[in-house]
Design a protein around this ligand. Structure first.
Ligand SMILES: Cc1cc2nc3c(=O)[nH]c(=O)nc-3n(C[C@H](O)[C@H](O)[C@H](O)COP(=O)(O)OP(=O)(O)OC[C@H]3O[C@@H](n4cnc5c(N)ncnc54)[C@H](O)[C@@H]3O)c2cc1C
Length: 508
């Protein structure tokens, strides 16, 4: 008997799964998820993601069972598993979605392609979202995104299922890989069932607070959709989310708060693919500057003490430390707070984006390499095409947590600090410190650098590099490769866009 092998990757759903649907049409199917030790030992993975994955797989198992199929979990490197499987049960074809992952999965996919070619096994790779493989030009990208999102979703109702030709394996022990324990108590739960409930709840209720609610870390946890981990792990397909949103939008009065919220949400679904496309087109941005003119800028100055202070929530800047604690406890932060953390790392603390990005990746349950590395570079000023965005953590606290509720929630030690000192506790006079029981230097750290001067120096160094003729001249090639073409191309708009590029304020 020949086998259609469905290799589940970051597409942990039976619904709208082109790999599953097409394999099932061709013959008996074996459904497999491969747990790769090399992936889980890499610097950007963590136990919180591994636990989330397990929940996703449990749910997928039940959904496949309802279709008469069984999901098998195998631990090993992919080519080794394929080799063993093919030896015991010849494969007719391999089916999976295209993946825009980290360098490890990129190299692994190339090895799989070589293995398939050697054994003359056809590898059917299906488009998973709006990301286009071997994209020749960005000009047609938006049109192709729209086309993909408006095509029909894939359904499968009948699967002729095959069994794994060796005994069922148990879930691997995380600690056998010598990786740190990491179980945030308030992380989102994995799996399509929760994903669908989260999406429904957002579309029916919470979207009304999306506009205006997504920037403050206080309101964001409920105002944002919270579907990011489900998109990253593929419990939901991007197409079904876009279509469900469009359907809901068509039922709402255009000026309603809910409609405005969903319009903003829909544009972020575009961004999702837009950012991943950058990594798809240029995998190197995971480890080197998108604009090579910024090479050598921060690398020589690595400051381990600053890095440790940041990741251990000891910078002394309350909003920064509160965000790190929230991330540690939940595995999620809203966009603005993520951007602020990177800005603090990149400017006053002058840290290179790669090591900090690796650490942040382990903290995000929704880690999506394409979005993550593009954003890390954008917020650190190394893309060469974006405005320098520097977030002052004290101003951000005043704007988005004016009464200090967020800071006090995540940093109990500061609960008794009066409002007037809360965002700059190091300025508290000794008698106030004694009164509220927070002695600076003992109960609360002094910031590692003086915020204003360190930020100013960092911006000056970056802008001096940006002003160099060879750095300036590279910019248009990067815009050509990665820049969004979403703006309407009227003559006036073109002139504005050209000006934006000149000033370095091109949106993406
Ligand atoms: C430094 C940095 C790193 C990031 N890393 C990731 C990551 O690893 N994975 C990830 O999913 N998002 C990442 N983001 C983008 C964004 O912060 C999250 O997508 C968002 O906070 C997820 O919450 P949500 O699903 O409630 O978002 P919503 O606001 O409800 O947005 C819906 C969806 O749109 C997409 N989206 C939203 N904002 C953006 C954006 N700015 N760029 C691209 N797509 C977006 C996401 O898929 C998100 O799930 C990062 C942002 C920054 C600044």
């Amino acid at each position: 008997m020949t086998t259609q092998l469905v290799w589940f990757k970051r597409d942990l759903r039976a619904h709208d799964n082109a790999a599953l649907m097409n394999a099932a049409r061709l013959g008996p199917v074996l459904c497999l998820y491969i747990i790769e030790p090399s992936y889980w030992c890499n610097s950007d993975s963590s136990q919180r993601q591994f636990s989330f994955l397990r929940e996703c797989l449990r749910d997928l198992y039940l959904h496949l069972q309802a279709l008469n199929a069984k999901l098998y979990l195998v631990t090993g490197e992919v080519v080794d598993v394929l080799e063993r499987l093919h030896h015991l049960q010849p494969l007719a074809a391999l089916h999976s979605h295209m993946e825009t992952g980290n360098v490890l999965t990129f190299e692994r996919d190339k090895a799989v392609a070589r293995w398939c070619a050697k054994h003359q096994i056809h590898w059917h790779e299906y488009q998973q979202q709006g990301v286009v493989r071997r994209l020749a030009s960005r000009d047609s990208w938006s049109r192709r995104w729209e086309e993909f999102m408006t095509t029909s979703q894939c359904f499968v109702d009948q699967i002729s299922a095959l069994e794994l030709p060796w005994p069922i394996e148990s879930w691997p022990d995380w600690h056998a890989w010598n990786r740190p324990s990491d179980q945030p108590p308030q992380r989102q739960t994995g799996g399509r069932t929760v994903a669908l409930a989260t999406l429904r709840d957002f579309l029916d209720e919470r979207c009304a607070t999306y506009r205006g609610g997504i920037s403050s870390p206080l309101s964001a946890p409920s105002a944002c959709s919270r579907i990011s981990p489900y998109l990253s792990w593929g419990c939901l397909s991007m197409r079904e989310v876009v279509q469900a949103t469009a359907e809901k939008l068509s039922m709402l009065p255009p000026d309603s708060r809910a409609s405005k919220g969903l319009q903003g949400f829909l544009s972020r679904l575009h961004w999702h693919c837009h950012f991943i496309q950058k990594l798809e087109s240029e995998p190197e941005i995971e480890w080197r500057n998108m604009h090579r003119g910024y090479d050598g800028l921060r690398e020589p100055d690595w400051n381990e003490a600053n890095f440790k202070a940041l990741i251990e929530a000891r910078t002394g800047w309350p909003l920064v430390d509160a965000c790190v604690v929230m991330l540690r406890e939940t595995g999620w932060l809203n966009f603005r707070m993520r951007a602020m953390l990177v800005s603090v790392a990149a400017y006053p603390l002058w840290l290179h984006w790669k090591p900090f990005g690796d650490w942040l990746a382990t903290q995000f349950v929704d880690y999506e390499p394409g979005i993550h590395w593009s954003q890390m570079q954008m917020q650190s000023g190394t893309t060469g095409i974006n405005t320098t965005r520097v977030y002052n953590p004290i101003k951000q606290a005043q704007d988005h947590d004016p009464h200090g509720r967020f800071v006090r929630r995540w940093l109990p030690v500061l609960r008794k600090v009066p409002d007037s000192w809360l965002f700059e506790p190091w300025k508290m006079p000794p008698d106030v410190q004694a009164h509220c029981g927070v002695i600076i230097g003992k109960d609360w750290p002094l910031p590692p650098v003086e915020l204003e001067s360190a930020t100013r120096n960092a911006k000056n160094v970056l802008h001096a590099r940006r002003a160099q003729p060879e750095v300036k001249s590279e910019k248009s090639a990067i815009v050509e490769r990665h820049g969004s073409r979403l703006r309407p191309q009227t003559k006036a708009r073109k002139a504005v866009a050209a000006q934006d590029v000149k000033q370095g304020s091109f949106e993406f």
